[in-house]
Ligand binder design. Sequence first.
Ligand SMILES: Nc1ncnc2c1ncn2[C@@H]1O[C@H](COP(=O)(O)OP(=O)(O)OP(=O)(O)O)[C@@H](O)[C@H]1O
Ligand SMILES: [Mg+2]
Length: 261
Amino acid sequence: MIRIAFAGKGGSGKSSISGTFARLLARRDRPVLAVDSDPLPGMAYSLGITVDDRPTPDDVVVEGPADGPRWVLRPGLDATTFIDTYAAAGPDRVRYLQFGNTWGHFSTLQRGQHAWSQVVREMDPTTWNLVGDLPGGTRQAMFGWAKYADVLALVVEPTAKSIHVARRLRNISKADWGPTDVVVVPNRVTHPDDVCRISEVLEEPVIGSVPEDPSVTDADKLALAPLDHSTGPFVDAIEQLVAVVESTYDSRDPAPTDGVA
Ligand SMILES: Nc1ncnc2c1ncn2[C@@H]1O[C@H](COP(=O)(O)OP(=O)(O)OP(=O)(O)O)[C@@H](O)[C@H]1O
Ligand SMILES: [Mg+2]
C-alpha cells in the first residue's frame, strides 16, 4: 500500500498534483482513497468530482465520552461503513473523503470534522492506498493531520517563499509521529536551475520535477481535472512521480516470497 500526503505553501500545486496522482495510481489497479483535509475542496476539482457542499449528515456522530473527543461516530457506524456510505465516487474508481464542508452551521461542521478525523484514524490500513491533500502552510501538518501517511511530499515552487515554507515542513520528520520519509516535488519548473536551487536548500530526496504547463491553468478555467483536459508535460510528470513512488515507497508491506519461507 502507498500512503502519501502532499503539503506545502498555499497555491504551490498540492491539489493539482495530489488529485492527478490519486487517479493515475488508481489506474494501476490500486484501490485509492483520496483524503482531503482542506476544508475548501480543491482536490475534488483536480480529481474531476462534482463538488458537493452539503454537510455530512448530523446523525453520523453522537456526543463523545466526557474524557474523549466531543463527537464520535454513532454506535454501529465504523470507518469502513462510513467510507462505503459517504466517500464520493470519482473517476478511475477513486473514492474521495472530504474533511468538512463550508456550508451548514457551525455545529454541523464540527460534527463532520470529528467524523472525518475518526474515520481516517480508524480505517483499515490494508484496504486503501491513501493520497492526501493538506491545506497550505504548516499548521495541519505539524499538528499531525497526516499521520496516515508514510511519505510526506513537499510541493515546492522555485520561489523563496515556497522554499521557506517547505524548509519548515521538513521538521515534521523529527516528530515522533512523523512520516517515515519526507520528499520534495518541485512544481512549476521552467528551468533545470529551479530544481537545483530547491534541492540545495531542502536536502531531502527530490522525487520528480513537475513543469509549468499552461494546460493545468486552462483546465482550472474550464472546471476540468487536468487529466480530463489534455495530456501533456504535467500529466507525464505526475505519471513518472507515481512510478517512482510505487517503486520506492511501496515496500512497507512484506514482499511476496513465492512460497519460500
Ligand atoms: N505545473 C503547473 N503548471 C501550471 N499551472 C499550475 C501548475 N501547478 C499548479 N498550477 C496552477 O496553480 C494554481 C494553484 O494550484 P493548486 O490549487 O493545485 O494549489 P494548492 O497548493 O492546492 O493551493 P491551496 O493552498 O489554495 O489549496 C492553480 O490555478 C493551478 O492550475
Ligand atoms: Mg489546494
